[in-house]
Write a protein that binds this ligand. Sequence first.
Ligand SMILES: C[S@@+](CC[C@H](N)C(=O)[O-])C[C@H]1O[C@@H](n2cnc3c(N)ncnc32)[C@H](O)[C@@H]1O
Length: 239
Amino acid sequence: MHVKPYSQKTGTKKDQVREMFDNISPTYDFLNHFLSLGIDKRWRKKAIERLAKGKPSLILDIATGTGDFAIEAQSISPEKVIGVDISEGMLRRGRVKLRKKGLLEKIEMVCADSENLPFNDNYFDAAIVAFGVRNFENLLKGLREVNRVLKPGKDFLVLEFSKPSGLFKLMFNFYFKWVLPILGRIFSRDTRAYSYLPESVKQFPDGKDFMDYMARAGFQQIKAQRFTFGVCTLYSGKK
Ligand SMILES: C[S@@+](CC[C@H](N)C(=O)[O-])C[C@H]1O[C@@H](n2cnc3c(N)ncnc32)[C@H](O)[C@@H]1O
């Protein structure tokens, strides 16, 4: 059973996820950096550094949202990044940001579903996704689609929230379960979005379980690196 953003409403998880991100798109960037105390930027930066060695020319950024991961990928100077997302609201915000940064030539934003990508097989030199896979309706189908459009031997990176361990876990769970939903509700005016966040992280198959999903989707040399006591994990694999 999926955790869905609006548990009282009907509609598929995908429809509800799209609606939720359309709703919170105006405050998404501000809340992201504010609620994570800016640490999310460091996670994206560390992830992209991993791609530098392979010098990818064409990168796919899945669930690109307002484009922060695609923008961070500019640090390794790819020819082009194509970002896909199901929320037009998020993409609209993203395009405004790209225009301001003069990146419209470098990053293309396409409204598309990660579980049904509009690209040929073996097309991209790298694929990346930050905080997106947790929202997929069908995780395995989405990962298989990424595998299909990636060239053989090329890198796939996934940044996703995970469950921290040790003493830090108690502090973090308090913040994540009680403080964050209240602040999120006040600033985003969406009563559910920032409650769905901890609920979906709790239900998400992280760590070894997610690595198993990657393997079932056809990836090899799968590794995981935990950031910030395991609040976030960077998974990597090759097609
Ligand atoms: C938490 S945001 C992450 C955005 C961005 N990657 C970042 O790092 O800030 C998750 C995004 O995933 C998108 N998303 C969820 N399911 C998707 C799917 N099946 N296909 C494409 N995008 C999807 C949502 O619309 C949302 O913009």
